[in-house]
Ligand binder design. Structure first.
Ligand SMILES: [Zn+2]
Length: 315
């Protein structure tokens, strides 16, 4: 990690949350997808560099894909995407507990997709959604969700107020995270809850993997937070930080956890060695080592690399 000498007051790049110029360049990001937001992976693609803000501690990708590129990508997402299927998610259970006592029992889910989580909450709640994918939004409406916008930016300050607003696997997609969260907080009733589930750069797996971590190698992931960022952001959103729980992206068997952990340690070790000048090249010709070198990516969804954050709007 080194401060890029090109960065500074004159370069113009500023933090996506606090606009500070004090940024540390952590290196060029890899790409772990077979394409780059629908574009072919070739030499014209700039996956961007990962920066850390010295003032608010957020990390972010720069340059970011444009809003158009991101919207087109989200709008084109297949409603049968397998990551949305499956039984109840562990994180939904925590949400259900948290929303039991919210004002008016109304919940707005930002990035609600097909309304899976809102359906899981059941009819005891008034359910609202924000969703860019038209096809997914139609499915959510069929399930009783009222769609109020296709993106956070088009939400009106004068619209309805909600008892809870949830962002599950959404904060990492926000090009201007603090502004978006401030806009959402304005739509909360006093005492209402803002509930966020996203990756944490403080996670051990992330610190081990560094730039090779899968989470920051996904092109649509542009903002990466950590608990201390929420301590910084809460007062700027007019909220109190209630709790932060470390979690896995999804619950996993011990067997899967061991399998993914071993694979990732090999993968991280391989890429670290690759960058060292004094490792003999014959090592990379050994069959096992060569095989690791052929892995395009190494997912680690069983790692405890997510945080479940609950904030309340000051009354
Ligand atoms: Zn900052």
């Amino acid at each position: 990690m080194s401060t890029d000498p090109g960065m500074g007051q004159s370069s113009g790049l500023t933090c996506i949350a606090c606009d500070s110029h004090k940024l540390t360049s952590l290196g060029r990001l890899p790409v772990y997808t077979s394409d780059f937001l629908g574009r072919d992976l070739d030499s014209s693609i700039d996956p961007g560099t990962l920066y850390e803000c010295e003032s608010c501690a957020i990390r972010f990708r720069a340059p970011q894909p444009t809003e158009d590129e991101l919207m087109k990508y989200y709008q084109g997402m297949d409603v049968a995407e397998c990551w949305q299927h499956g039984p109840e998610r562990e994180v939904w259970r925590y949400i259900k507990e948290e929303v039991q006592d919210v004002p008016e029992r109304s919940v707005l889910d930002v990035g609600c997709f097909r309304g899976d989580m809102l359906s899981y909450l059941g009819n005891g709640f008034e359910r609202f959604g924000v969703e860019p994918s038209k096809e997914a939004a139609r499915e959510a409406e069929r399930r009783g969700v009222t769609l109020i916008a296709d993106r956070i930016e088009s939400l009106s300050d004068n619209g309805p107020r909600f008892g809870a607003i949830t962002l599950i696997d959404v904060a990492e997609h926000l090009p201007r995270p603090l502004e978006s969260l401030q806009r959402l907080t304005r739509l909360l009733m006093p005492g209402g809850k803002l509930i966020i589930f996203t990756g944490s750069t403080d996670a051990l797996s992330w610190r081990l993997a560094g730039l090779d971590y899968y989470y920051s190698a996904l092109p649509e992931h542009v903002a990466f937070v950590r608990p201390s960022w929420f301590h910084w952001a809460a007062s700027r959103m007019g909220c109190d930080l209630v709790s932060i729980r470390r979690m896995r992206y999804r619950s996993s068997s011990w067997r899967n956890w061991i399998d993914e952990s071993l694979k990732n340690l090999l993968y991280i070790g391989y890429h670290r060695m690759r960058r060292l000048p004094f490792v003999p090249s014959i090592l990379f010709k050994m069959p096992l080592v060569r095989r690791i070198g052929q892995w395009r990516s190494c997912w680690w969804t069983s790692a405890k690399d997510h945080i479940f954050v609950v904030l309340t709007k000051a009354a």
